[in-house]
Ligand binder design. Structure first.
Ligand code: 13P
Length: 241
């Protein structure tokens, strides 16, 4: 199976930067062969033009979040149907920044996943422990609880799990290879119990320098990249790692 290289642009690039990034990426992708599955997740207002700029290059579009509702009077929310209309095939759900800054509960996340799966968007579901939880040796209990928020009966759903230890996001600290391997084994084991063979990505300070080693670990099926996805030199290094 192809590895996934997912770029989470967060709320960082403005239009001109976003345009320049896609322009560079598209020309590199069109000239390359044997690439992983590249997924770009821009902010909502840029979804449509980013999709148009792919110009047929094999790059997929993803959103950074979606509403837990199907449609209606929910000011400021964006539904899964709208994301599909913009050309999204993927949606990130449960990123630690959403859990933390927007107090997204497990129940809300379950509803978001249900909405996305109903419309066949591939869900990139993020899990991972905080620094304090890690120090208290609660990593696996936290991951298990976060995975339990997934709806029941999701067998064979288009689902990818991203293990992003919160303390490694944007800090320059990456989890050790052993930590990554163990967490990914644990996640794969939990998913198997509910009949899912789920790819597991690692996220947290992935760079052009460390990507190759991380991606060469057996049970790492890809990476979810924040900062380094906003520099095409670094991001391309990750894509070809
Ligand atoms: P960084 O790569 O900037 O640490 O961010 C990781 C992340 O949050 C991706 O979703």
């Amino acid at each position: 199976m192809k590895k996934f290289i997912v770029a989470n642009w967060k709320m960082i690039p403005l239009r001109a930067e976003a345009k320049a990034l896609v322009e560079q990426l598209t020309s590199k992708v069109l000239a390359a062969t044997n690439l992983p599955q590249i997924v770009i997740c821009p902010p909502y207002p840029y979804l449509t033009f980013v999709q148009e700029m792919f110009s047929g290059a094999p790059i997929a579009l993803g959103a950074q979040d979606c509403s837990s509702h199907e449609e209606g009077a929910f000011t400021g929310e964006v539904s899964v149907t709208m994301l599909k209309e913009c050309g999204c095939q993927y949606v990130i759900i449960g990123h630690s920044e959403r859990r933390h800054y927007h107090q997204e509960s497990e129940e809300i996340l379950r509803q978001k996943v249900e909405q996305a799966l109903k419309q066949d968007l591939t869900v990139i579901f993020c899990v991972g422990e905080s620094k304090l939880q890690r120090e208290n040796e609660e990593t696996y209990a936290v991951i298990k609880r976060q995975l339990e928020a997934l709806p029941e009966k999701i067998s064979h759903a288009p689902l990818v799990i991203a293990y992003e230890p919160v303390w490694a996001i944007g800090t320059g600290l990456t989890a050790s290879f052993d930590d990554i391997k163990n967490a990914h084994d644990f996640i794969k084991g939990c998913m198997k119990k509910i009949g899912q063979e789920t790819p597991v990505l690692y996220g947290g300070s992935v760079t052009g320098e460390n990507a190759q080693e991380i991606l060469s670990l057996d049970n790492v099926d890809g990476v979810l990249v924040g900062r380094a996805s906003l520099n095409m030199e670094s991001f391309w290094k990750i894509c070809v790692a």
